[in-house]
Design a protein around this ligand. Structure first.
Ligand SMILES: Cc1cc2nc3c(=O)[nH]c(=O)nc-3n(C[C@H](O)[C@H](O)[C@H](O)COP(=O)(O)O)c2cc1C
Length: 324
């Protein structure tokens, strides 16, 4: 599979862009475990062109994580184009435009999934961004605004006509937010539309090697993108990639191995950022990690981990945990 001049092996599996999750430390770990491409958190075009410092830190990419896609969002053509040019200078491999974020502060203002109500504007932004930068431009969106407006099949053709290099589809409408089950049938319909020739990346509810394989086999997508199932579990890429090539589950490793992975993520983050922000960031991963599921009477330990303020405090608690 090819996106622009990037070539991917069979069954590519991508790390989804996730705000406050896919910072550089986490992306590097996912890459190490076999993610074929990683995405930055989304970057506000308006904040970027206003040179907001916190936003500018999101422009950092590392050679080891390539190929990496940088994602932007915005609601007007000019700021998005200007932000796209700033992103290009940071040298990501791909520039992705977010037309799928459902949260009110984004979609309510007409950006992200809000664009599904103004498809002409979405198309205009995609067209102008493609013209403005030399790197491949891709789009990530949803099926439509709500159940009565699932416009993705036509929209995909129009986006393709703008010159985008690939399209990621999350199998939900904006109205669904993250509820219900992702509906992959329309993703499959886009993929099997004879007029479509750009790669289609399927996204939504993939959380195991089996569900990933099924997505490839049933819907014929060119790549699968995984979000929530990676949080606190970057090793899922290794499990999935192993299963996709062998049809067998990778044998489970000891508890301490996975614990050391989570600790390594925190250490890398502290080294790159600072201790306070890294500890705050690690909380989302710790809270969501499947590693601690099923440990009896674990709640007080989990609360203590989520309250720890320093790396030393957190590691002391982590070191006291024994697997079941
Ligand atoms: C915490 C969180 C943050 C997210 N941030 C972004 C984002 O910045 N850009 C984006 O396109 N999607 C974002 N998403 C959506 C995911 O990329 C993905 O489309 C969605 O979670 C569905 O995939 P999944 O079922 O594998 O999680 C976010 C999702 C979560 C849970």
């Amino acid at each position: 599979m090819q996106i622009g001049n990037l070539t991917f092996d069979n069954y590519p599996v991508f790390l989804a862009p996730m705000e406050d999750v896919t910072d550089i430390s986490f992306r590097l770990l996912c890459k190490e475990f076999g993610a074929d491409m990683v995405y930055t958190e989304f970057i506000s075009s308006d904040a970027l062109i206003r040179h907001v410092n916190k936003t500018k830190t999101k422009l950092e990419v590392s050679e080891e994580e390539r190929p990496v896609a940088m994602q932007i969002y915005g609601k007007e053509i000019d700021p998005v184009v200007e932000a796209a040019r700033i992103c290009e200078e940071a040298r990501p491999d791909i520039l992705d435009i977010n037309f799928g974020c459902p949260v009110k502060k984004v979609a309510g203002k007409g950006a992200g999934a809000g664009m599904l109500r103004t498809p002409d504007k979405m198309i205009a932004i995609a067209r102008e961004v493609v013209k403005a930068v030399k790197i491949p431009v891709t789009v990530k969106t949803r099926l439509g605004w709500d159940n009565d407006h699932k416009i993705i099949v036509d929209l995909a053709e129009q986006l393709q006509d703008c010159g985008i290099a690939a399209l990621t589809i999350h199998g939900r409408t904006r109205a669904q937010m993250y509820s219900g089950e992702a509906d992959w049938t329309l993703i499959g319909e886009v993929k099997n539309n004879p007029r479509m020739h750009i790669p289609i990346i399927g996204n939504g509810d993939i959380n195991s090697p089996e569900s990933c394989k099924q997505a490839f086999d049933r819907y014929n997508v060119d790549a699968v993108m995984i979000g929530r199932a990676t949080i606190g579990a970057p090793w899922i890429f290794e499990e999935i990639k192993h299963y996709l090539t062998t049809n067998e589950w990778l044998p489970k490793k000891p508890f301490d191995y996975y614990l050391s992975v989570l600790k390594r993520q925190i250490i890398q983050s502290v080294n790159r950022l600072d201790e306070r922000r890294s500890i705050l960031h690690s909380r989302r991963h710790i809270a969501a990690s499947p590693l601690f599921k099923g440990i009896p009477d674990f709640k007080p330990t989990k609360i203590a981990m989520l309250r720890a303020n320093t790396q030393a405090e957190l590691f002391d608690i982590m070191n006291s945990i024994s697997a079941i």
